[in-house]
Design a protein around this ligand. Structure first.
Ligand code: F6R
Length: 234
């Protein structure tokens, strides 16, 4: 793991943008993308840039079960607002939160990933060490799954909803096994509330209790964090 520590999230986000830009210049055509607060400054750099994404495909990590693309809390809506409406991509994939048939949806999304091998996978990090919505205990080799979100994740995401009861309790998520097949992985994490998860991910033994620790087994992972997120590293 190549861990890069920056003074603040703005500097880290600028470096992340340069990382994506260099990846595209080197021939990357498929980006794995994340939602949440962490990648917003990076997406702003991307939309402000003169980079052309019209030949680029994106495959998102996850989506809440039960939310329509028009729901402003859905991840499809988030991606449209922050990136796709401002920078047209060739094709964009997000799991279909309205598909009630979990077996069909997880199979369909695994096929999407197989058909569009990911060159650079962007990840955020949950306070409990989750990547995508792969919560503690997730299989390191798993494919797309319907996940029951943990209380910690529901609490963390409640800030985006009017009230906690509105936070969906299930999501479809790309599995850790699929994330691990990406050629390169770039994980971003900012703030003190990520420091524990960063410490366990980087310095702990790989364990399913800390999903992000699986990344220790990947050959090309770059971690860009601010000082606060790095504060528990030895
Ligand atoms: C979102 C995702 C999640 C988030 C994580 C951190 O697509 O996959 O793993 O990256 O929950 O969220 P933020 O960035 O809001 O702290």
């Amino acid at each position: 793991m190549d861990v890069k520590v920056f003074d603040n999230k703005d500097q880290a986000s600028e470096a992340a943008f340069e990382f994506i830009k260099a990846g595209l210049a080197n021939g990357a055509t498929t980006l794995g993308l994340a939602t949440g607060s962490t990648p917003i400054p990076l997406y702003k750099h991307m939309t402000d840039s003169d980079l052309d994404f019209s030949n680029i495909t994106s495959v998102n990590l996850d989506e809440y079960v039960g939310l329509a693309p028009t729901n402003d809390q859905s991840y499809r809506y988030f991606m449209n607002e922050h990136l796709f409406n401002l920078k047209p991509f060739k094709e964009t994939f997000v799991p279909d939160g309205l598909n009630k048939d979990a077996e069909a949806e997880t199979k369909r999304y695994d096929q999407v990933i197989a058909d569009h091998p990911i060159d650079i996978q962007l990840l955020g990090l949950g306070q409990n060490g989750h990547i995508g919505f792969n919560e503690p205990g997730s299989d390191f080799n798993g494919g797309t799954q319907k996940v029951h979100l943990t209380q910690s994740t529901i609490d963390a995401n409640a800030r985006f909803f009017e009230k906690e009861a509105d936070v969906p309790t299930y999501a479809y998520s790309m599995g850790i096994g699929s994330i691990m097949k990406s050629k390169k992985i770039l994980l971003l994490a900012f703030g003190e509330n990520k420091a524990d998860a960063i410490q366990k991910m980087v310095e702990g033994k790989p364990t399913e209790d800390v999903p992000a620790s699986a990344l220790q087994n990947h050959a090309d992972v770059t971690i860009m964090i601010d000082k606060a997120a790095a504060s528990k590293l030895s």
